[in-house]
Design a protein around this ligand. Structure first.
Ligand code: ASP
Length: 327
């Protein structure tokens, strides 16, 4: 009798507490954090939601088809660099001289391989050049003229600097330069001029994590300023704990090695992804600095930010598919 009852009890027990299936793959995408206005024209907010939805759907379909984390990161970021709504590739912000200098990086958490470019001016898709730095050189970060020379040798697509121009970003530059003259302050009051950096973090079906980030930096930036985006460990990072992509005031993210701090808290402090990323964004950074997206090796996703908004989107193999802008 005991032998009959035991399997029966087990069956009942198992049925009453069904377990979620493990997460095979997960992805999060951001389109920048900053001072975003809930009262902006609804059509404008919807256009951003649509753009985020398209980028996320592309990543989801690739992952469901078995693509690698790195391929998904590169493809999603390329598509956002080609979209003038974002501050990356076409649509990048202008520097003080009315030109564009772009930064990007990519990292494979399963091998710790990574590549980055800083201050490039003629590369149509900086994220693809960053990946070439990773695969075709023994270096991690190439900057300025050297990066452009390298680009010619590996055959990535080159464009004139004005390819990245958009009217909206030019107006932002003019407004900011006027504000500087009036207030005498080099640092704008808030981040309304800059948002639109793009990032993607992925866990693929084989358990590999990767992160990629691309940006035009900050409006009216000076003297070859480089932000956190191409600094591995600051604005972008992946290891075998998590993949992180940041957006916000780059100087603060560099100062606090934000992306690496999240995985260090997990590795050395045993924190969960959610606790580690929330602590860095809310306790270490200051209100208004920005935010990050993160995915861990179990497919958990975190998207904390301390600005008024962050364009973000996330999906996983269990059917999650979500796009959001405000808190
Ligand atoms: N973090 C970028 C930078 O400082 C800008 C941004 O994410 O909005 O270059």
């Amino acid at each position: 009798m005991r032998f009959l009852l035991l399997p029966l009890l087990c069956l009942v027990g198992c049925q009453s507490a069904p377990k979620d299936p493990p997460i095979d793959w997960a992805i999060a995408v951001h389109g920048g954090a900053g001072t975003m206005n809930r009262n902006a024209p609804p059509a404008r907010l919807q256009a951003y939601r649509d753009a985020m939805t398209r980028a996320l759907a592309m990543g989801r379909d690739m992952l469901a088809g078995g693509a690698t984390a790195l391929d998904v990161c590169e493809a999603v970021i390329r598509s956002m660099e080609d979209n003038p709504m974002f501050n990356a590739g076409v649509g990048a912000v202008f520097n003080e001289q009315g030109e564009h200098e772009l930064d990007a990086s990519i990292m494979d958490g399963s091998t710790m391989q990574c590549g980055a470019v800083a201050g490039v001016r003629t590369i149509k898709n900086p994220i693809s050049l960053a990946r070439k730095v990773m695969t075709e050189t023994r270096h991690v970060l190439l900057a300025g003229e050297g990066a452009e020379k390298f680009a010619k040798s590996v055959g990535v697509e080159l464009v004139e600097n004005k390819h990245f121009d958009t009217e909206g970003r030019r107006r932002s530059l003019e407004r900011l330069l006027r504000e500087r003259k009036r207030t005498g302050s080099l640092v704008p009051k808030d981040r309304r001029y800059d948002y639109g950096t793009v990032g993607c973090v992925v866990l693929d079906r084989d358990g590999r994590l990767a992160a990629a980030t691309s940006t035009g930096g900050m409006t009216a930036k000076k003297w070859g300023r480089v932000g956190d985006t191409p600094i591995l460990g600051a604005g972008n990072y992946a290891d075998n704990y998590a993949a992180i992509s940041c957006t916000g005031t780059g100087e603060e993210f560099i100062r606090h090695a934000v992306a690496r701090s999240v995985t260090a808290r997990m590795a050395y402090g045993g924190q969960t992804l959610e606790a580690a990323s929330a602590a860095v964004v809310h306790d270490v950074l200051k209100e208004g600095d920005g935010g990050l997206i993160a995915v861990d090796r179990d497919g958990n996703i975190a998207t904390p930010f301390n600005s008024s908004g962050m364009y973000r989107a996330m999906a996983n193999s269990r059917g999650l598919f979500k796009v959001a802008i405000f808190r």
